[in-house]
Design a protein around this ligand. Structure first.
Ligand code: PLP
Length: 459
């Protein structure tokens, strides 16, 4: 029977990235069921899942075949580690992921989630350079406001000061460069003309990576970590030529290009991997979330043959692993999830519907509070501003009152689960399940229009 006593959450359930004091007197919303693009709370109210849980539930909720895959695997072999032993689900999944991944990304190292995949990629990069006789290369360049996870290595390369300060000192060697926020290109760079031409801005943004490598010393830099589309800050898409230039820079300084696709893989952008959408070849891809559509946790770092080669020699090994990495149940669910992708053409569905999704969200631009609408595929950020003409953003008090005090709750009450995020300038994040169509796009637009209009009146 479903446990519905949400009021005991405050006493015992320490929720993630949550101000627990908000739930001292009022219980948190309790989500008890999902079906397709919708979730239901303990009172029976229905909400459109506008964030796919947390960028996870690609195939939608309530998929019988994914539950079946989990049950079947649990009956057959519930658990075995990948420490010197293999199991069929992990071997098959690795084989399949290598087949989908671009170029020679053929070696799959399983984790239980995204942060561990990022840790794995950084550790692999460090050891790779030790193995090939360049032991001084250990540093990572990543971008401002980017989120890469909460383990201390992943947190170090995260570019959100508020998420890090409490845990300092963190892992040394993490350096930040500007992201690809074209909406604020002029103010971010201090060069007004960069706000006029996206390709010129893209060149500038990529060159900042090279500047950082040169400043730190190419002999000390192991990797650059970037998302295909940066989530934090609100869907910063890559300007034309950005990844091409980044690849050149990485090659010329012998630095690994790591594509953190914890959000962008598995159809979020209409391709199996985000790098494929923008046509670049990473040395390592990190992924997690959508691999099972959330029916069981798993993540992976997918490495190129070239990076893996020195680890595969005689007595060498990657001294790294997780008890639950590549868990049989999760691996079986991932396989069944990939079957759904194939059978239902989920990537093609996103490609076919992305223009309609964009056009529907773009309608919101007529609201005075909406400064920018940006993204690709089924992955959008709507930046909110105080003054559209000057792009002025909110001060701390206004952000608190508007975002935390009003928006998230009001959207939810109006039947849309999504997120008001202020880790950079304030944005509403929208990333619905990949099965969504015009009916859901309209529903998202209509709730956002109503709630953002009311938010504008509060200013
Ligand atoms: N990398 C990116 C780009 C993410 O968006 C996230 C989580 O949102 C992570 C890493 C961390 O993943 P996890 O929460 O599964 O550890």
């Amino acid at each position: 029977m479903t446990y519905t006593r949400a009021d005991s959450a405050y006493d015992h359930l320490w929720m993630h990235f949550t101000r627990m004091s908000s739930y001292r007197d009022t219980p948190p919303p309790m989500i008890v069921r999902g079906d397709g693009a919708y979730i239901y709370d303990s009172e029976g109210r229905r909400y459109l899942d506008g964030l796919s849980g947390l960028f996870v539930v690609q195939a939608g909720h309530g998929r019988e075949e994914l539950a079946e895959a989990a049950a079947k695997q649990a009956r057959e072999l519930a658990y075995f580690p990948l420490w010197s032993y293999a199991h069929p689900a992990a071997v098959e999944l690795a084989d399949r992921l290598a087949g989908y991944a671009p170029g020679d990304l053929n070696k799959v190292f399983f984790t239980t989630g995204g942060g561990e995949a990022v840790e794995t990629a950084w550790k692999a990069a460090k050891q790779y350079f030790k193995l090939v006789g360049k032991p001084g290369k250990y540093k990572v360049i990543s971008r401002a406001v980017a989120y890469h996870g909460t383990p201390q290595g992943a947190l170090s390369i995260t570019g959100i000061p508020d998420a890090k300060i409490a845990f300092e000192p963190l892992v040394p060697g993490a350096h930040k460069v500007p992201n690809t926020n074209f909406y604020r290109a002029a103010e971010m760079s201090g060069v007004p003309s960069l706000g006029e031409d996206e390709a010129v801005f893209g060149r500038w943004a990529a060159d900042q990576v090279e500047q950082a490598i040169l400043m730190e010393g190419p002999d000390t830099v192991a990797a650059v970590f970037v998302e295909p589309v940066q989530n934090s800050g609100g869907c910063f898409t890559p300007p034309p030529g950005y990844f091409e230039r980044l690849r050149e820079i990485c090659d010329s300084h012998d630095v690994l290009l790591v594509s953190d696709e914890v959000i962008c893989a598995f159809g979020r952008l209409g391709t199996m991997f985000g790098a494929q959408r923008y046509g670049y070849q990473p040395d390592i891809i990190t992924c997690a979330k959508g691999m099972t559509s959330g029916y069981s946790p798993i993540g992976a770092a997918i490495l190129s043959d070239r990076i893996a080669a020195p680890f595969y020699e005689d007595t060498k090994m990657f001294a790294h692993g997780y008890t639950f990495g590549g868990h049989p149940v999760s691996a079986s669910v991932a396989l069944a999830n990939l079957d759904i992708f194939e059978r239902e053409g989920l990537n093609q569905h996103v490609l076919d519907n992305q223009a309609a999704f964009r056009a529907t969200l773009e309608k919101l631009r007529d609201l005075p509070i909406v400064g920018d609408v940006r993204g690709d595929g089924y992955f959008y950020g709507i930046e909110l501003v105080k003054d559209k003409a000057t792009k002025a953003t909110f001060d701390e008090e206004e952000a608190e009152r508007l975002l935390r005090g009003f928006l998230s709750g009001a959207l939810f009450e109006a039947g849309l689960y999504c997120r008001a995020d202020d880790r950079g300038d304030p944005v509403i994040q929208v990333a619905p399940p990949l099965i969504c169509e015009q009916e859901q796009f309209d529903e998202i637009e209509s709730v956002l229009r109503d709630v953002l209009t009311r938010a504008g009146a509060l200013l």
